[in-house]
Design a protein around this ligand. Structure first.
Ligand code: AMP
Ligand code: MG
Length: 491
C-alpha cells in the first residue's frame, strides 16, 4: 500500500549540478483547481479519488511540494528562429519529479508558469491562463488523435494577475512528458565544449529511453532514434493540418513528442504556406516548412553529438551526415503512409503520391477546409459527388476526373468499399480544436469566468473520429468574421 499520493523519483535531479538549478515553485496567492485529468492521473499511478479541489490546487500550483519530489529548473540552450542562444533553460517551468506510469515508463511532472528561476532572464516566470488552456486543449487533442505529445494533467488559476500588454489572469499547467530533454539540452553542453557533461546527458538519455545499443555505436543509435521519431512526428502533424508555430531547437524534444505548445494552431482551409504565429514574419515555421525545419534542427542535434560519435572528427562528421541522410527518406515514407491512409490506401505506391498531391492542389486552389475535405472523402466512395464537394469545388470537371482516378486506384485494394470507408473515418478526424473555437473558449474563461465551453471541447476531442449529435459547430471552419489569423506565444 502506498501512503503518498505521488510516488516520485528524481533521476534527472541526480545528474550533476550544472544540469539544473535546484529551486521550488514560487507560491501563488489564491490558487484554484480549474481542470484535472483523471484518466491521465490513473495512467500515472495517481489515484484520482485522492485529489480534490483543496489538495489539488496546492499541488498543481506548486504551493505545496509533494513528499519525495525534488524540484529543479532544467538548463538548456537552443536555436531560436535560426539564432543560437547559449542559455535558455526553464525560465517559467519547474520539473517537480518523475512518476512511473502503469506501462512501466517514466514521466516528468512539470509545472509551467511556476515563477522565476535563474533562467528567467527578463521574464516573470509566469503564464497567463489563456496559453495554459490552449496547451491543455491542443496537447490532449493530439494525444487522442494518436500523435506523440506531452500531455496535460491539471490547470490552476493562480488568482494573480500577469502583466503582458494588459493585465491577465495567471495560470499554471501541469505538463507530463516522457522527458523534457530537448535538442537544446545537448546544444547547451556542446557549445560550452563540456564534453564530459554532454556524454553524461547522452548516456542518461539512452538509458531513459532504453535504447538498444548492444554491439552498436551508442551515440549513433541515439541520433538515428531521434531522426526516426521526429520524421514520424512531423508526418503526423502534416496529416492533420497541425502547425506548431515555434519549432526552435529548444522546443524539439528528444522523445519525438510534440512539446511547447505556444502559438500553435490547426489550419482550416488548406494553405501550405499557412503561418499563425504573430512573430513568424518570414514564414520559417509555416505548415509546409515543418519537415525542412526539423531536418535543420536535427542537423544541430547531430552537430552537438560530433564529439561523441567518434574520436576522429572526420569520422564523426561522416557518421552524422550519413545518419542525417536518413531523415528525408523516413520523412517521405511516413508522410506517404499517413496520407495514403487518409485516402483509403493501406499501402502507398510511388504513383499514389500524384493522387494525394493532386487532391491537396484541389484543396488549395478552391480554398477548402483540410479536415472536412478528408473526412468527406469517405462519403464519396459510393457516390460521384457530395454536397460538400459540390459546394466547394469550382472546376467540377477537374474534380470528377480526380475522383475517378482515385476510385480506380481503390479498386486495386483488397477491401470492399464500405471497409475502406470505415478505415478512412478512423484516420480522418471530424473534431480538431479549431483556432477560432479555442480563442473563444479562452475569452469565456478569462473574461466571463466561464469554463463550460472548455469542458465541452475537452469532451469532444476525446473522440475525434466519431460524429456526435448536435455538435456540428465543433466540426465547422470559421465564418469569415470568426477567423483568428494570429496566435501568440503568451510569454
Ligand atoms: P518558448 O519560446 O516559450 O519555448 O520559451 C523560450 C525561452 O524563454 C525558455 O527558456 C523559456 O523558459 C523562456 N520564457 C518564456 N516565457 C517566459 C516568462 N514569462 N518568464 C521567464 N522565462 C520565460
Ligand atoms: Mg520552449
Amino acid at each position: 500500500m502506498r501512503n503518498n499520493i505521488f510516488d516520485f523519483s528524481n533521476t534527472y535531479a541526480k545528474l550533476p549540478k550544472n544540469f539544473y538549478e535546484k529551486i521550488n515553485p514560487r507560491p501563488v496567492k489564491n490558487p484554484e483547481l480549474i481542470e484535472f485529468n483523471s484518466n491521465l492521473s490513473r495512467f500515472l499511478n495517481i489515484d484520482p479519488n485522492r485529489i480534490n479541489d483543496e489538495n489539488g490546487k496546492l499541488f498543481f500550483s506548486g504551493n505545496v511540494i509533494p513528499d519525495g519530489a525534488r524540484p529543479i529548473a532544467m538548463a538548456y540552450a537552443g536555436h531560436q528562429f535560426g539564432n543560437f542562444v547559449p542559455q535558455l533553460g526553464d525560465g517559467r517551468a519547474i520539473l517537480i519529479g518523475e512518476l512511473i506510469a502503469t506501462n512501466g515508463k517514466r514521466f516528468d511532472i512539470q509545472l509551467k508558469g511556476s515563477g522565476k528561476t535563474s533562467f528567467s532572464r527578463q521574464g516573470d516566470g509566469r503564464s497567463p491562463l489563456g496559453p495554459v488552456i490552449r496547451e491543455y486543449l491542443v496537447s490532449e487533442s493530439l494525444h487522442y488523435l494518436g500523435i506523440q505529445t506531452t500531455r496535460s494533467l491539471a490547470i490552476v488559476r493562480t488568482g494573480e494577475k500577469v502583466f503582458r500588454e494588459t493585465p491577465m489572469p495567471g495560470g499554471i499547467l501541469t505538463r507530463v512528458a516522457s522527458s523534457h530533454i530537448r535538442i537544446g539540452t545537448f546544444e547547451f553542453f556542446f557549445y560550452k565544449n563540456d564534453i564530459k557533461s554532454l556524454k553524461k546527458l547522452a548516456d542518461y538519455t539512452i538509458a531513459r529511453y532504453s535504447l538498444n545499443t548492444v554491439n552498436k555505436n551508442r551515440y549513433e543509435v541515439l541520433l538515428k532514434h531521434v531522426i526516426k521519431s521526429q520524421a514520424k512526428l512531423i508526418s503526423k502533424w502534416l496529416s492533420i493540418g497541425f502547425i506548431h508555430g515555434v519549432m526552435n531547437t529548444d522546443n524539439t524534444s528528444i522523445s519525438g513528442e510534440t512539446i511547447d505548445y505556444g502559438p500553435c494552431a490547426f489550419m482550416d482551409h488548406y494553405n501550405p504556406n499557412q503561418v499563425f504565429s504573430y512573430i513568424d514574419y518570414t514564414g520559417r515555421y509555416s505548415y509546409i516548412n515543418q519537415g525542412k525545419v526539423m531536418f535543420w534542427n536535427l542537423s544541430k542535434f547531430a552537430e552537438s553529438l560530433l564529439p561523441l560519435l567518434n574520436e576522429n572528427m572526420e569520422k564523426s562528421k561522416e557518421k552524422a551526415v550519413n545518419s542525417l541522410k536518413l531523415f528525408p527518406k523516413y520523412f517521405e515514407e511516413n508522410w506517404s503512409k499517413e496520407m495514403s491512409k487518409k485516402i483509403g490506401l493501406k499501402k502507398s505506391r510511388k504513383k499514389d503520391l500524384e493522387i494525394i498531391n493532386d487532391f491537396l492542389e484541389l484543396l488549395k486552389n478552391n480554398n477548402i477546409d483540410f479536415t472536412l475535405a478528408f473526412r468527406e472523402l469517405s462519403k464519396l466512395i459510393k457516390k460521384i459527388n457530395t454536397p460538400f464537394f459540390n459546394k466547394n469545388i469550382k472546376n467540377r470537371k477537374q474534380f470528377t476526373e480526380w475522383s475517378l482516378r482515385w476510385k480506380k486506384r481503390l479498386e486495386q485494394e483488397s477491401f470492399n468499399e464500405s471497409q475502406i470507408a470505415i478505415e478512412m473515418d478512423k484516420v480522418n478526424p471530424i473534431y480538431i480544436p479549431r483556432n477560432h473555437l479555442v480563442e473563444n473558449i479562452i475569452k469565456n474563461a478569462e473574461l466571463h469566468d466561464d469554463f463550460s465551453p472548455m469542458k465541452e471541447m475537452l469532451d469532444i476531442i476525446k473522440k475525434p473520429f466519431s460524429e456526435k449529435p448536435l455538435k456540428e459547430k465543433f466540426s465547422l471552419p470559421p465564418e469569415p468574421h470568426e477567423v483568428v489569423p494570429n496566435t501568440f506565444c503568451g510569454t
